[in-house]
Write a protein that binds this ligand. Structure first.
Ligand code: SF4
Length: 265
């Protein structure tokens, strides 16, 4: 079995949830958060495929803004059946549409600011290319049996920067995100034999936050990966404890396995 940041975090959140999802392989439900995440990722990935040679320095802001929001509308419509199923209330759907547009507006504003800072010392096209990351890169590290998909890998003057895009409400790199980023840094180091300079999250509701990469961060990832892999060698359900928490059930949702798990009975 190849582990992923997501499966490792699932074990840390609740071993029984890991058992249902990755040992028994029970189906999980689609959520609006997942659909929205994939729309936003797809817009950003497609944005960087623009042929920059055909864009003029004179009107690039208009072209880029139009492109971002055209891509957003296309991707939203492509997923409209799922969105309607997951969010049947039209007013809530409209709210999510505007909220997602605002996230992309935040991303666009931050990108334009970086581009303008670069244009001071290089040409517009060089500046765009220097800010174009490798997107959605899958890295498999067979030696530790872990794979992950890194949203954006950017070469900067200071070194390699790894970035993950998040549409969640959180605005800080908590322990869960720290572990996810540490695993990405470790995967990158194993694959390319180069330590990234920093890892970070672009919280699309607010802004980017970064943390430096050093040996202690990579050791933290190795320790947690080993811990989860050791604990998950068995297929005995009794070895996977339930860890009841507010993530079992909340105001408008519940864990995918809530009904079979019955954590509070
Ligand atoms: S309902 Fe709660 S305790 Fe049960 S698997 Fe889900 S998160 Fe774990």
């Amino acid at each position: 079995m190849l582990y992923s940041p997501s499966s490792i975090l699932t074990y840390k959140q609740c071993p029984r949830k890991f058992y249902y999802q990755y040992v028994e392989r029970l189906p999980t439900k689609k959520s609006f958060a997942l659909v929205r995440g994939s729309i936003v990722h797809s817009v950003i990935e497609s944005f960087f495929k623009i042929d920059i040679e055909k864009v003029s320095h004179q009107n690039y802001e208009l072209i880029f803004r139009t492109l971002v929001f055209d891509l957003f509308k296309q991707n939203w419509l492509k997923n409209i059946d799922q969105i309607q199923e997951l969010v049947p209330q039209q007013d809530l759907q409209d709210f999510y549409y505007s909220e997602t547009a605002q996230m992309l507006q935040n991303w666009y504003t931050s990108f334009i600011k970086k581009l303008q800072d670069k244009i001071i010392s290089m040409s517009f096209k060089e500046a765009f290319k220097s800010l174009t990351p490798l997107t959605e890169t899958r890295i498999i590290a067979d030696e530790i049996k872990v794979q992950g998909i890194i949203d954006a890998i950017l070469k900067t003057e200071k070194g390699i920067q790894l970035l993950d895009y998040k549409t969640s409400k959180k605005e800080e790199i908590d322990e869960e995100y720290k572990l996810q980023l540490a695993i990405y840094a470790l995967l990158y180091k194993l694959k390319f034999n180069e330590m990234p300079y920093e890892v970070g999250i672009h919280f699309l509701k607010s802004k980017e936050k970064f943390m430096p990469v050093d040996d202690s961060l990579l050791d933290f990832a190795k320790l947690e990966i080993n811990f989860v892999q050791e604990k998950t060698q068995t297929t005995e359900i009794k070895e996977y404890n339930k860890k009841p928490s507010p993530l079992c059930k909340w105001s408008n949702g519940e864990c995918d396995f809530y009904k079979i798990c019955r954590p509070f009975n």
